[in-house]
Design a protein around this ligand. Structure first.
Ligand SMILES: [Zn+2]
Ligand SMILES: [Zn+2]
Length: 249
């Protein structure tokens, strides 16, 4: 298997390390390929993403390092595109499509920032109906099927981040299952690749990667493909937990 990690954040967005030290760690860890995928600029929330106007500098820095380390590792310049981010993707080698917000009018409510904000958003936007929130979340994710520049679907069931062992809603509920099944079918039919994302596993928030085992099985049964990704924000977390999921590729 080609050891590679394509979901990696640097100081250009909310990661802790500069791109060069990430690449050096990837070389040390024996990776054949590394993709840097900082958060695309989102006009309504610039607390965690690449600053407006900094994309050029970001792409130039990855290109410089791509050339510098060409003999040791293949470096790709990507971005993690939020569903509500409207940026030009043509400068990137690849894009990961991820949904991080609910939108009502001109307000955006973060899904994955913390449990309290998530619960409040479901209360305010959906009157406390978690299934309605999940239906809207998965229909937003499914829209990446229409974007041909998005090849990879990021943390497909992010909406379960604070659900623990079903604390907020039942992941076997018919409405929930219907919502993710429809999104999986649409995205597989459009040829998208899904991540097995070990980010929340690392943080101890979940006991399994995104998406959950039963969703991975559905994706596989539908003929969908996976890549492994760490969603790392620190260089030492590159390839975290990959050995647990290699056999599923
Ligand atoms: Zn994300
Ligand atoms: Zn990420």
């Amino acid at each position: 298997m080609l050891l590679a990690d394509y979901h990696v954040h640097s100081v250009f967005s909310d990661g802790k390390d500069d791109i060069e030290s990430i690449i050096l760690t990837a070389i040390e860890k024996g990776l054949a390929e590394i993709g840097i995928s900082d958060h695309s600029y989102t006009f309504f929330d610039n607390t965690y993403c690449i600053e407006k106007g900094k994309e050029k500098e970001y792409v130039a820095e990855v290109k410089r390092l791509k050339e510098k380390y060409v003999r040791e590792i293949k470096v790709l310049c990507g971005t993690e595109l939020d569903a509500f981010s409207d940026i030009d993707l043509s400068r990137y080698d690849y894009s990961i499509g991820s949904s991080h917000y609910f939108k009502r009018g001109d307000k955006y409510y973060p899904i994955d920032e913390n449990r309290e904000k998530f619960v409040n958003a479901v209360e305010e936007v959906f009157g406390g109906d978690f299934y309605a929130a999940c239906e809207e979340y998965f229909s937003t994710v499914a829209k990446f099927a229409l974007n041909e520049k998005v090849g990879i679907i990021g943390h497909f069931d992010l909406v379960t981040k604070f659900n623990g062992q079903g604390d907020l809603f039942d992941e076997e509920n018919e409405r929930y299952v219907k919502a993710y099944t429809s999104a999986v079918k649409t995205l597989v039919a459009a040829g998208k690749t899904f991540e097995i994302n070990t980010g929340a596993l690392r943080k101890g928030l979940r006991k399994d990667a995104y998406p959950a085992a039963r969703i991975r099985k559905l994706i596989k049964d539908q003929g969908g493909k996976f890549i492994l990704s760490s969603d790392s924000h620190r260089k030492e977390d590159l390839t975290f937990g990959f050995s647990l999921y290699e056999k599923e590729l």
